[in-house]
Design a protein around this ligand. Sequence first.
Ligand code: SF4
Ligand code: MG
Length: 325
Amino acid sequence: QPPLLEVNGLRKYYSVKGSLNIFAGAKEQVKAIDDVSLKLYEGETFGLVGESGCGKSTLGKSILRLTEPTEGKAMYKNKDLFQLNSRELVKVRKDLQMVFQDPYSSLNPRKRIGNILEEPLAIHSIGNKKERTDKVLEVLNKVGMGIDHYYRYPHELSGGQMQRIGLARALVVNPKIIISDEPVSALDVSIQSQIINLLRHLQQDLKLTYLFIAHDISVVRFISDKIGVMYLGKIVEEASTDSLFETPYHPYTKALLSAVPNPKPRFKKERIILKGEIPSPLNPPSGCVFHTRCPYVMDICKKEIPVNREITKNHYVACHLFNDV
Ligand code: SF4
Ligand code: MG
């Protein structure tokens, strides 16, 4: 089975005027995403985890071209999303929907929930008025909201309800892929698990494929079949969720996992505290982008970018420690 969506060599660079540059007016480059590839298989969840500022939101948005990628390919149904014109793009976005951390900011406060949910159907010219209403009621039901919410306004809803509406708005056009960016990060822990369970349930019910983006690896773990660990614009390790938790290879992944309660017993837990902050993507470190914080840094790390290697089956790592494996 080929992947449903295959992203290859995605880069998102942009220039800013360098304030510290001695050459007045010289441009400096921000490497928000630097050569990222990933595959989404139908019905699976790919979790993307990393600290804030590592580029994971930009990655999600670039795939849907909510921000324009600089380079790369994103193949979906034999078409490269990055080559589509704006009309084709509107069409394909029916299949690929995005859910954001803060649904409230994207829900028009003056519109009733029913109207908000009908909007995407109108945009994609789906159904007549009656069919649209029926579809909205069906989808309200699917996300566990009573149909009486049809007439409510966004401000009348709790955070968890709001996220259900955010989901409903994505689902109403019957998408294939949902890219969700920190969908539960703004919610209380108890509500988080309700929404995660809802996402899992909907996935089975509707055969959805997810790209699930979050900074919290224990949240990502519960929903993901595979996980990509992102650091400063790059995926530094990728594996099945089990393999990643049982045998993390990359020093950054190890540090992330060391902070998680109840790791699998085989993974000895000693909290690894990384020094410093994630560096700026403006002129990122040479060689391995993690070298400024890595406890195992070697000379080669500062000079050469480590390539992605398959260490065990379907477990990929980009780190010079594994060059001879
Ligand atoms: Fe650390 Fe070097 Fe591996 Fe980068 S390549 S993670 S600096 S050991
Ligand atoms: Mg973000």
